[in-house]
Design a protein around this ligand. Structure first.
Ligand code: IMP
Ligand code: MG
Length: 183
């Protein structure tokens, strides 16, 4: 099976691997500062897109972290009421725990908003969210913003650093978009 895209030919690099890693280090410092006084943290990686971001973020977090993961998709168009389909269940009880949800991209925000709401309803002590990139447009869900955002990208389809294009190139070393997709 062949990938439909060759990122070296058909793509422009929006952020290099080095730029992404610098942004992740800055973001980690913000997270650690905000979490001062928190005794331990559950980092909840949203698979599959959040995998690379979470893996590169973890070593920069300077408090005791327990790593958990979830794979989730959403039914319905309503953000707050949207039914979550837990493709994998959250693997430990998060009630009373401080949770940081880590995902790849804040696009419209429907899945992340619904996931954070679910965790609040499950009585987490606190729920914060971190995304590697935010896509800049005005179609966001109301009343939700990720707590921490690493980088901003234009309103175009992007991939790399965990984000896929038709199932491929989650491994791309940087963040890429189709050439001229901003025009
Ligand atoms: P949202 O609920 O609209 O914020 O987006 C849900 C999911 O869609 C994200 O977590 C990503 O997995 C995926 N997604 C949205 N935009 C892109 C993109 O530009 N590239 C790759 N995946 C994307
Ligand atoms: Mg995702």
């Amino acid at each position: 099976m062949q990938s439909p895209f060759n990122p070296l030919i058909q793509a422009q690099c929006l952020y290099s691997l080095e730029q992404v890693d610098n942004a992740i280090q800055t973001l980690a410092a913000d997270i650690c500062q905000q979490l001062q006084g928190v005794d331990s943290l559950v980092v909840l990686c949203v698979l599959k897109g959040g995998l690379v971001f979470t893996g590169r973020l973890l070593p920069y977090l300077t408090l005791p972290v327990q790593l958990e993961y979830v794979q989730v998709s959403r039914y319905g168009q309503n953000t707050q009421g949207g039914h979550l389909d837990w493709l994998t269940p959250v693997s430990s009880c998060l009630a009373g725990r401080h949770v940081l949800v880590c995902d790849d991209i804040f696009d419209e925000g429907k899945t992340l908003a619904a996931l954070c709401l679910h965790l609040q309803q499950a009585q987490a002590a606190s729920v914060q969210s971190a995304v590697l990139v935010e896509k800049c447009h005005t179609r966001k869900v109301p009343q939700f913003k990720p707590t921490f955002v690493g980088l901003q990208v234009p309103d175009a389809f992007v991939w790399g650093m965990g984000m896929d294009v038709q199932g491929f190139w989650r491994n791309a070393p940087g963040i890429f978009a189709l050439k001229n997709s901003e025009e």
